[in-house]
Ligand binder design. Structure first.
Ligand code: SF4
Length: 282
């Protein structure tokens, strides 16, 4: 078996920062104040369970957070209202929003102020998009290109993307928008890390017999990598644990590429490689 590990594995910059902030906050405040996270700060079960063991409590609404406590806000961004409401409750916020995500908020707000309708290509139910639209008034969110059929868009339009969006699909959306609105502004807000992983997974999927994409089923960027790889290589597997690998999944002669989502710890990838070597080197 030949295993090729992608250059881009393990945490991205934004996820690493958010996790470091969480551990730092726990170290500073744990014995004096309760520390909460509003939603999972990153999308990985292993990381979240370890943080919970250290004392970080998970809540799904601000109502569950008592006064005089600490609240960590997730890497994908948090709705504007949460910042406002927490002020009146004497809750100290630790903002772990990724700077790239904040940059998308800034760009969207700027363009809206300049009179553009913001068309966002992203998952309506993803935390990042929910946070982004909480700052905007004039916007629509598109998940699939066919949704554009029923929309009548006029005036100044700017197309912005979820940070983990696929560039290929985004360009298809842009093409459709430009048919009716040739002046559509395209702001590529896919984060450089996500773009690099997408580029790499396409290459790996074309040059290997099988591809393993490692990451949580909750992770949007892992899903994107899996879909892209599957497009070019139907023998693509989405795994989150080494234990899920069964002896009959792979063969001794396979050329296997491994890549991970941005919120996957390196140790998970290493365990998968170890298990593959154990199962197929005998
Ligand atoms: S994938 Fe990009 S935008 Fe998302 S957390 Fe990582 S660095 Fe930030």
């Amino acid at each position: 078996m030949k295993i090729t590990l992608a250059k881009h594995t393990g945490f991205c910059f934004g996820v690493r920062k958010a996790i470091e902030k969480a551990y730092q906050t726990l170290k500073e405040h744990k014995r004096k104040k309760s520390v909460f996270m509003l939603g999972e700060i990153v999308h990985n079960e292993k990381v979240i369970n370890e943080l919970k063991k250290e004392g970080l409590e998970l809540v799904s609404s601000l109502k569950e957070v008592p006064s005089h406590s600490i609240l960590i806000l997730k890497a994908h961004g948090t709705e504007k209202e949460i910042y406002e409401e927490s002020q009146g409750k004497d809750i100290k916020l630790i903002d772990a929003t990724c700077p790239m995500v904040k940059e998308i908020h800034r760009k969207a707000l700027y363009l809206e102020k300049k009179g553009h309708k913001i068309v966002i290509f992203g998952d309506k139910n993803h935390a990042e998009i929910k946070a982004l639209i909480s700052y905007l008034k004039d916007f629509i969110v598109i998940e699939k290109k066919k949704e554009l059929k029923d929309k009548e868009l006029s005036g100044k339009i700017a197309l912005l993307l979820q940070s983990t969006q696929s560039l290929e699909e985004s360009l298809e959306i842009l093409k459709i928008l430009k048919k009716t609105n040739p002046q559509t502004l395209f702001i590529n807000t896919i984060c450089p890390d996500a773009q690099a992983r997408q580029k790499e997974v396409i290459k790996l999927s074309k040059n290997n017999d099988k591809v393993i994409v490692v990451g949580s089923k909750k992770s949007a960027n892992t899903k994107r990598l899996y879909k892209l790889s599957k497009k070019y290589n139907k023998n693509t597997y989405w795994l989150n644990r080494a234990e899920s690998i069964k002896k009959n999944n792979f063969g001794k002669e396979d050329r296997i590429a491994i890549i991970s989502g941005a919120s996957t710890p390196k140790e998970t990838v290493e365990k998968i490689i170890k298990r593959l070597k154990k199962l197929y080197s005998e």
